[in-house]
Design a protein around this ligand. Structure first.
Ligand code: HEC
Length: 393
């Protein structure tokens, strides 16, 4: 595995060297990463039959013969609203095996779930728990759903490939130069097996002072509305690919500098790769095509986030994910320079259920730095399909 990491480092180095080559560099990285890392996150093959036997003896009383839950007349407990129906792929596929393993071994409260779900860690060996999980996985019959293992930690700028149910509030504050900040309110919602809608409304505040006065202006920026579609995903290889198409509407004031003043079509591809050691790479490349190119240039952008997740306390504690992003864009006009930024950051889970997370990082331009701001960027994220805001702590 160490070899893989060094290969990634190598790639990023190569990338930094060939930065003036622009788009083609992005594409090379895209293609070569896909090739290099077709190595797999192989799941040890588990004994589904044995898993079924364990399920029928230990779980059926509450989870029912079909996995949809035992009839409520037979169970003593009131069902929590997160009580799983194991036949519902939309509910089960976003959960990684590791989360289920925690709950089965250590009981519901280990992940902020109900204590009605008992701990089986003393009764079942690790392999037996893997077997019963393998059996639970057979209860979702549609294998086209992307698996939650591929839902990698969200980077500050690079968009991930996994379709999400998520609310995010992300703020960027200028740390020098003209004072100002932007807060993006982002709503992401899955529909169907592969799709996700996305709405991003930025709120801008800027100190647009002159020699005489300090004046702060606030307002909405240009809002984005789009659809992301997962095109391919494989838990075996650890890869997922998505395409995005959307519109950036000119809702921001152009005269205040909050908007471009023209409708822009945006499209990008996002490819993510997870390695067996929980190292991951997220790549994104796309274009912004404004309707009126006389007032806003066409731009291309390409981004990479490289990171590693560490679970504290043998997976029961917080999940820490340090990442570094390399972010570039370039206007498609003669003589334009490529803007490169580097964004070191740390994401951490805040709730026990890991459905509330925060990320803090620094966005620093390192080429073409004149007039470009250094920023502190942070977000709060709520994976709302995993439970209410105040549950699961
Ligand atoms: C006494 C009843 C009971 C038994 C026995 C039981 N469970 Fe559960 N289980 C629950 C309840 C209740 C929940 C829902 C907890 C919540 O949502 O707060 C649950 C939740 C779960 C979850 C879902 C966690 C998630 O991420 O949504 C898994 C996985 C699970 N049980 C597996 C098992 C397995 C495997 C067994 C047998 C080895 C088992 N359970 C036995 C009651 C039970």
């Amino acid at each position: 595995m160490r070899k893989h990491v060094s290969q990634v480092m190598e790639l990023l180095k190569i990338r930094a060297l060939i930065k003036p080559a622009g788009v083609s560099a992005g594409l090379i990285i895209f293609a070569s990463t896909a090739l290099l890392f077709s190595q797999s996150i192989r799941e040890r093959s588990h004994d589904v039959k044995n898993g079924e036997r364990i399920y029928k003896s230990g779980c059926i009383a509450c989870h029912g013969a079909t996995g949809q839950g035992a009839p409520e007349t037979l169970t003593e407990f009131k069902r929590p609203d997160t009580f799983p129906d194991f036949t519902r792929c939309d509910q089960t596929t976003p959960e990684p095996n590791s989360a289920w393993k925690d709950v089965i071994a250590h009981g519901g409260p280990a992940r902020g779930f109900s204590q009605i779900m008992p701990a089986f860690g003393e009764l079942l060996a690790s392999d037996q728990i893997d077997d019963v999980i393998a059996y639970l996985r057979t209860l979702c019959r549609n294998t086209h759903w992307a698996r939650g293992e591929l839902n990698l930690p969200r980077a500050l700028i690079t968009e991930k490939a996994f379709p999400e149910d998520e609310e995010v509030i992300s703020t960027a504050i200028n740390t020098h130069g003209a004072p100002g900040n932007t807060t993006d309110i982002i709503h992401e919602q899955r529909f169907g097996v592969h799709n996700q809608i996305e709405v991003d409304v930025p709120i801008e505040f800027q100190d647009q002072s002159n020699a005489q006065s300090h004046t702060w202006y606030g307002g909405v920026g240009d809002a984005t509305l789009g659809i992301k579609r997962e095109m391919f995903s494989s838990l075996r290889t650890g890869s997922i690919l998505s395409l995005f198409g959307g519109v950036i509407v000119p809702s921001g004031s152009r005269s205040r500098g909050f908007g471009t003043g023209t409708t822009t079509f945006e499209t990008f591809a996002a490819f993510d790769q997870l390695f067996p050691t929980n190292t991951f790479v997220q790549l994104q490349a796309g274009v912004d095509l404004p309707r009126h190119t006389d007032i806003a240039p066409q731009t291309v952008f390409w981004r990479a986030a490289l990171g590693q997740s560490f679970a504290a306390d043998h997976g029961l504690g917080r999940l820490w994910s340090p990442m570094v992003e390399f972010v570039a864009d370039r206007d498609l006009v003669d003589g334009a320079k490529t803007n490169w930024n580097v964004v070191p950051q740390m994401q951490v889970t805040i709730s026990r259920r890991q459905h509330i997370r925060a990320n803090l990082g620094f966005n620093q331009p390192f080429t073409n730095t004149r007039g470009r701001q250094n920023q502190v960027v942070f977000y709060l994220l709520w994976d709302w399909a995993d439970g209410k805001l105040l549950k699961g702590w």
